[in-house]
Design a protein around this ligand. Structure first.
Ligand code: ATP
Length: 590
């Protein structure tokens, strides 16, 4: 029933497929009736020429049945792929919508296996299993009625012998669905392992841990293999019963049928028709087993799909979003408390009442020891996480009261981890401005300006300039080059507030100072919050905020803080030490 919304547009074709399948089943059931007339007619009249009209009817019915089966296949293939595509789009949209807290917890392989193999199972079930299951059950019911009407004793024997099939099917379901769930979860873990090792291939190679990763992977593959064997055993077991039970039913019916015929209660043609009908029913009865296993696989896959669709999403758009046409860029943290959802309750809040105001146009640097919560604080501005208490406001409006799209138009962010998508440099830089997806002089000018600020002129020397494909499928770029493109992306969005979470860390000291010089102009016209890991970044700021034990303990001009705060002096001197070490490393490298 939960698949119904995805299946609705495809229902007419599914219904036509089902109709074709039902007609094919009825035709198959009609053939034995013709056979009965054929046999009885030929025997009673002892006239061989009586056989031809019946033979022609049987042949025509056979052709009609074949055409109907072909039509069934043709009708049902399309709906399966459509439903799969709709579900995949829904899953993708949901993944985009779900908060970072969800992605922190869910391994990417589990999501990948849901998007690929689980949906594949559902498609195969819709295109094949669902229709056949319904049609086969209907065929069995109609066939059983025909059998009982032909001879109620034989019919009842046949049906009573089929009852154990349903019991076996029920017991099978109980066992199989648990194993199927385990197998699909393990396939997800395996996908995660592949994804992680492909992503981390450089680290694995550098540390010579390829063999360790392989061992880890083969252990997981072995567990999956074990579960698959368990699954195959369960299926083999049910097949044994499914093949054996109809055989017993046939044997009993044969004995009873021959005896009844010898008593004159049954014509020879009737006996032939009875067994021909029972033979037509044999495949539907036998196939119930694997159709059930397909159904349970698909049900597990559906459960796994809805695990993601039903995952709670605390970060949503408000029902009645507030809009700010032209924000001045006043950004404020008002008594902000924050803890990560899975942090133990005995731990204090990571951010413990942060009060901080950035006036419009102001550049503020955020400094603090490692792990003090600087990145976390910046993440609250774009609602990657929501505050636990207090509020982050833009122009006095709680960011939770703005639509998320509007918020991200007003406020853009560059991260230390510069992710580039498999697209051209141009599309990567203009990601935050969808209205510039088409080339225009305005878009080109903004692109060039952003590249210039980020000192990313190197992109013009790439094989196809700004149209060069980068990201996983494209050209490999250095960490510093990627960071500059990511910085250009944040700048090109021309936001009212720019949040930079240490986006220059991969640049050498010289390039960094060039970028900082170019950034100055951008920063003069926008509010900016910059996580600073180098003293030179601190120099870009009008004021500096010091984060310590989850609180902002000092805010002011760099020179004032150096005089007033021992902790600030300590943090800055450790940044200077780090910068000196880095310069020395670069010097040696040169
Ligand atoms: N997604 C997360 N889930 C749970 N805890 C997290 C998560 N991200 C960070 N933390 C924890 O929050 C604390 C602060 O991390 P954060 O990255 O904000 O610090 P930071 O000041 O930016 O550090 P650095 O200067 O090293 O980048 C750390 O103890 C970290 O372990």
């Amino acid at each position: 029933m939960r698949l119904y919304p995805f299946a609705r547009p495809a229902l007419p074709r599914l219904a036509l497929g089902m109709l074709a399948a039902l007609l094919a089943a009825l035709v198959a059931l009609a053939i034995p009736q013709v056979l009965q007339r054929l046999v009885d007619g030929a025997l009673t009249r002892q006239d061989a020429s009586q056989i031809w009209p019946a033979v022609i009817v049987v042949l025509v019915l056979g052709v009609i049945e074949a055409v109907l089966i072909a039509l069934r296949r043709w009708f049902v293939l399309g709906p399966g792929t459509h439903i799969e595509a709709r579900m995949r789009n829904a899953l993708y949209a949901r993944l985009q919508d779900l908060p970072v807290t969800f992605h922190d917890k869910w391994p990417s392989g589990q999501l990948l296996s849901r998007a690929v193999s689980d949906l594949n199972l559902i498609r195969r079930w819709i295109s094949f299993g669902l229709v056949l299951l319904i049609v086969n059950v209907v065929t069995i019911v109609i066939g059983a009625m025909i059998l009982v009407s032909m001879n109620w004793i034989l019919g009842v024997i046949f049906l009573v012998c089929s009852v154990p099939l349903w019991i076996v099917g029920y017991l099978f379901e109980e066992k199989y669905s648990v194993v199927a769930r385990r197998s699909q979860d393990q396939a997800g873990d395996l996908a995660t392992a592949v994804e992680e090792s492909v992503h981390g291939i450089r680290v694995l190679k550098a540390f010579g841990r390829g063999k360790f990763a392989l061992k880890n992977f083969s252990d997981q593959a072995e567990s999956l293999r074990g579960t698959e064997i368990e699954k195959a055993r369960a299926i083999a077991g049910i097949w044994l019963w499914l093949l054996m039970i109809p055989d017993v039913a046939f044997a009993l019916c044969l004995v009873a049928g021959v005896w009844l015929a010898s008593q004159g209660e049954f014509s020879v043609g009737g006996l032939v028709a009875f067994f021909a009908t029972a033979t037509v029913l044999r495949w539907p009865i036998e196939s119930v087993g694997f159709l059930l296993s397909m159904t349970f696989d698909a049900r597990t896959a559906t459960d796994r799909f809805f695990d993601v669709l039903d995952a709670p999403n605390a970060i949503t758009d408000p029902e009645h979003p507030v809009t700010i046409d032209r924000p001045s860029g006043r950004l404020a943290f008002e008594r902000v408390h924050f803890r990560y959802p899975d942090s133990p309750s005995r731990f204090p809040d990571l951010l413990d009442g942060v009060d901080l105001v950035l006036e419009p146009g102001e550049t503020m640097a955020l400094v603090g020891l490692t792990g003090s919560g600087k990145s976390t604080l910046t993440a609250l501005t774009t609602r990657l996480y929501d505050v636990t208490e207090g509020a982050v406001t833009l122009d006095g409006v709680d960011v939770r009261h703005l639509g998320r799209e509007e918020l991200r138009r007003h406020l853009s962010m560059a991260f230390e981890d510069a992710t580039l998508f498999s697209a051209s440099v141009r599309d990567n830089v203009l990601l935050g401005r969808p209205e510039w997806a088409e080339r225009s002089p305005e878009a080109d000018a903004a692109l060039e300006e952003a590249l210039m600020v980020a000192q990313a002129g190197f992109v013009h020397d790439l094989p196809e300039g700004v149209d060069t494909l980068v990201g996983e499928e494209g050209m490999s770029l250095s960490g510093g080059q990627r960071q500059r493109i990511a910085l250009a992306r944040a700048v090109a969005a021309k936001p009212a507030v720019l949040v930079l979470d240490d986006p220059l860390s991969a640049l050498d000291v010289d390039t960094e100072s060039l970028v900082e010089a170019a950034l100055r102009e951008v920063l003069s016209s926008t509010t900016a919050l910059i996580v600073a890991h180098r003293p030179s970044t601190v120099m870009l700021a009008d004021r500096v905020a010091l984060l310590e034990n989850g609180r902002v303990t000092a805010v002011g001009r760099h020179s004032d803080l150096l005089r007033e705060s021992e902790h600030y002096k300590f943090v800055i001197s450790s940044l200077e030490d780090e910068e000196r070490r880095e310069s020395a490393r670069e010097e040696v490298a040169r």
